[in-house]
Design a protein around this ligand. Structure first.
Ligand SMILES: C[S@@+](CC[C@H](N)C(=O)[O-])C[C@H]1O[C@@H](n2cnc3c(N)ncnc32)[C@H](O)[C@@H]1O
Length: 253
């Protein structure tokens, strides 16, 4: 089975998520997990997760994204294991069952929701009361600061660094970014235990594509560098994306 596309940008997340799914299979003693992908879009993750044999429900407000998801699931031959439902993080339990999932994914969504604490609280409440795993991915402030500065946009870099939402200006398409502390603080507030933090796309968004695409083995070397840097707080602080894994355990729910 192929890794999700654009592996230099996604390899770290995919390896961490795949490990977490394997661990949950062992802990729960199930062959197939029920996975909720909130804001799962066209299935960048949902399709490869279904290819591992799990049952995935994608909730997304965009009918176009759900249409794309249906097509990709059919192409991958996993349409029987993927269900797309129109809905959003705030009205989650109008469309899916509270406490019905072993694993919940929330990737690239907290940047857009009206209220990140409430949205994440709903996502976590979709986990089974007896335990489950959260995989959370969101944009990091440090990566945006570095990206704008290295492109010569120093005022925008300072704005992202000092402004309230980590945005570099009015034309910034990202509504909100997070520091590691802000993101893990949101997870802590749901009552889950944070088990791992990874910095994602530390270098991949800064390196000119030509340097990677024309050099033999450069892609693989970059993926290995991203992996080595991802666990170090110094590099997490400047990562373009932040990934947090967290667990709900029976005793604390
Ligand atoms: C950046 S894309 C991420 C897609 C996918 N999770 C991934 O990692 O490739 C953001 C997705 O969040 C969805 N979205 C926007 N607002 C949302 C909300 N309030 N609740 C759930 N999903 C939302 C969008 O429709 C879009 O599909």
């Amino acid at each position: 089975m192929a890794r999700p596309s654009a592996s230099r940008r996604t390899a770290v997340v995919w390896e961490v998520l795949r490990g977490a799914l394997d661990q949950r299979v062992k802990t729960d003693g199930k062959e197939a997990l029920d996975v909720l992908d909130t804001g799962g879009g066209t299935g960048n993750l949902a399709v490869p997760v279904a290819e591992l044999g799990h049952r995935v429900t994608v909730v997304d407000p965009s009918p176009n994204a759900l249409f794309g998801l249906e097509r990709r699931a059919a192409e991958a031959g996993v349409e029987d294991r993927i269900r797309g439902v129109q809905g959003d993080a705030h009205g989650l339990f109008e469309v899916v069952e509270r406490g019905g999932f072993d694993v919940v994914l929330c990737h690239g969504v907290l940047e857009y929701v009206d209220d990140p604490a409430e949205g994440l609280g709903n996502v976590v409440a979709a986990l089974r009361p007896e335990g489950g795993t959260l995989s959370l991915l969101a944009a990091g402030i440090g990566g945006a600061v570095l990206g704008r500065a290295l492109a010569g946009h120093f005022t925008e870099a300072r704005q992202a660094l000092t402004g309230p939402d980590g945005r570099w200006g009015e034309s910034d398409p990202m509504p909100r970014r997070f520091t590691v502390e802000q993101l893990t603080g949101l997870v802590d507030a749901t009552g889950l235990d944070v088990t791992a933090v990874h910095g994602v796309r530390v270098f991949a968004d800064l390196v000119p594509g030509a340097l990677v695409d024309t050099e033999p083995d450069a892609e693989e070397a970059l993926v290995r560098l991203e992996s080595a840097a991802s666990e170090l707080p110094a590099f997490q602080a400047v990562a373009s994306r932040l990934h947090v894994l967290a667990e709900a355990r029976y005793h604390d729910r």
